[in-house]
Design a protein around this ligand. Sequence first.
Ligand code: 5GP
Length: 186
Amino acid sequence: MNNRGILVLYTGCSGVGKGTIMKELLRRDPNIRLSVSNTTREPRDGEIDGVHYRFVTREEFLALADADGYIEYAEYCDNLYGTPKQHVEELLAAGYDVFLEIEVQGGLQVMEQFPDVLSIFILPPSIEELENRLRGRGTETEEVIRQRLAEAKNELAVAQQYRFRVVNDDLNTAVNEVLDILQRYR
Ligand code: 5GP
């Protein structure tokens, strides 16, 4: 591979199923890579350091921020999340299409830096459905669920600024839509 890959800004509210879509995208398209972010959040059951996230202390996180080592970073529900510059640059240079699965504050920073970025927002069929999915997942406490739902309402307002919006009603349809958008962009 010698062509530079495409940077894809990929955002959706917590519980919308963007992780499930992402897994399918990775399985179906070998040229796609997911950027691994740094976070100060505690790992959930089954999450592996270096695969799902790099789990770092607040001090470690801020040290890299001071060294200008992030494309973007943001505080979300009391934890810091950031996209390491070097990691993304290496993947793009190797020709991979790199998905940044990040929330809206980070998304807006990316759009500012890269006005031509391919931006895709994953929408829930409705807020009620989002609430059902968040509860069904059973990975968050009631307080965190409420916090994430409140956040989701703000996020939906920003969805309008993304170039493409995909509704995750049926998984397979949503995956095909994202692959189709990427294919057209290539
Ligand atoms: P979670 O705690 O559910 O893994 O992630 C919470 C939110 O942070 C999700 O919307 C996720 O996409 C977002 N996120 C993950 N990594 C990053 C990152 O590097 N930067 C930003 N701004 N958001 C991120």
